[in-house]
Design a protein around this ligand. Structure first.
Ligand SMILES: [Zn+2]
Length: 384
């Protein structure tokens, strides 16, 4: 189970001079069979043991690393079964500091093993970057609840609004005889407005700490419309959807489900916009290319700023195991002259090559329209 709190923990982790084993495995069944995954895992563990033996550490540290890799070996043995549903796996281990953290990932990662003085988290953060952090506010006239939704998980922020709105001061002077009900409802209205202002202020402070990219509001439509007028403009422009809900009553699972639906819509709009921009830029001969040939050329020159790849895209090609060069054909690598190897699908290798040159990766859905432009494209750092 992955939560952003875990990842933030990991980012803050100081290993105190101990090397940490960071292990990534691509477990996307649409690209790699279970057997391939097991072979891959064994190869990585072998590679890890070799690095542990050869590293610049003393015997105790070396023994620790080897024990971590053995632990990982046993863990993977049990884990890599047909029932494992996730598309990527990341494990961080260092027994010297009692670190053992497993992340089941919703997206494939490039496989790899790293023995470094801190957790190797870049592949993990790249996946995290593709998800958006949502604040979900549930509101009625007197109470409010705040949730965070991120990477398919929901977290309730207890005490998000600690001091409830103070009761409205009662002024007898405004209450005329016979208008008791109206007086009451007027006072109720004032209290509601005070409550809304209080919640809107607290949300704004909270936003500065947690950086919600998007906000979802839950409650009665008419109340939400009223509440929005209290929101700071920065927050108002982040409101991307509403859901029906009631603080204290709506179950988190339901909030998560509805927010995920809103996220899919927002994501799909963003992707379509990005693909349109890619196409416009490429056709205007600006800093963008579309289709495999031009993308590979840009990649070889280190010009890819953002790589857009359609999910599920497959393409056979050749790769150089020596330096990581990827191409459509050719018996030897133009970079290092090593013999190339034919692969049935080079999608992961293209992505890994892009990561090595510091590119960002955007996986887009088939609905984004990238299929009309060769399933792959790139925004460039400079013209090629
Ligand atoms: Zn090469």
């Amino acid at each position: 189970m992955i939560t952003f709190l875990d990842v933030e923990d990991l980012l803050d982790l100081r290993s105190g001079g101990q090397p940490v084993v960071s292990f990534y495995l691509n477990t996307d069944r649409s690209r790699h069979t279970l057997d391939q995954q097991r072979v891959q895992a064994r190869n990585l563990l072998r590679e890890g043991r070799k690095s542990a033996e050869a590293g610049p550490w003393d015997e105790t540290v070396k023994a620790g690393l080897l024990a971590d890799l053995d632990h990982l070996d046993r863990y993977l043995n049990d884990l890599l079964e047909p029932t494992f549903p996730h598309r990527g796996l990341a494990v961080f281990a260092c027994q010297a500091i009692q670190l053992w953290r497993v992340f089941n990932l919703p997206r494939p990662v490039p496989s790899g093993v790293y023995l470094e003085m801190a957790p190797h988290i870049r592949p993990l953060t790249l996946i995290m970057d593709e998800y958006h952090r949502f604040g979900v506010l549930l509101l009625d006239r007197r109470t409010a609840e705040l949730y965070e939704v991120y990477m398919g998980e929901i977290l309730k922020l207890e005490e998000a609004f600690p001091a409830s709105a103070p009761p409205a001061p009662v002024s007898l002077a405004v209450e005329h005889p016979g208008s008791g009900d109206r007086g009451m409802s007027h006072r109720g209205e004032e209290e509601t407005q005070r409550h809304f202002r209080h919640v809107a202020d607290a949300l704004f402070h909270r936003y500065h700490r947690r950086h919600y990219e998007y906000l979802v509001l839950g409650g009665q439509q008419s109340l939400l419309t009223q509440f929005e007028s209290f929101l700071h403009p920065t927050l108002k422009e982040r409101v991307v959807g509403r859901l029906a809900g009631e603080p204290g009553k709506t179950r988190p699972a339901r909030i998560l489900e509805e927010t995920a639906e809103i996220e899919r819509r927002v994501e799909s709009e963003n992707e379509r916009r990005m693909v349109r921009q890619l196409a416009d830029t490429a056709m205007g001969r600006g800093l963008a290319v579309m289709g495999l040939h031009p993308v590979l050329e840009a990649l070889h020159r280190g010009a890819v700023h953002i790589l857009l790849v359609e999910e599920g895209w497959h393409q056979s090609g050749v790769i150089c195991r020596q330096c990581g060069w990827v191409g459509i054909e050719g018996e030897s690598c133009p970079d290092c002259r090593a013999a190339t190897e034919a692969v049935g699908d080079m999608a992961d290798d293209v992505i890994e090559a892009a990561l090595r040159t510091g590119s960002m990766i955007e996986h887009v859905h088939p609905t984004s329209g990238l299929g009309d432009h060769g399933h792959i494209g790139a925004f460039l750092r400079f013209k090629v």
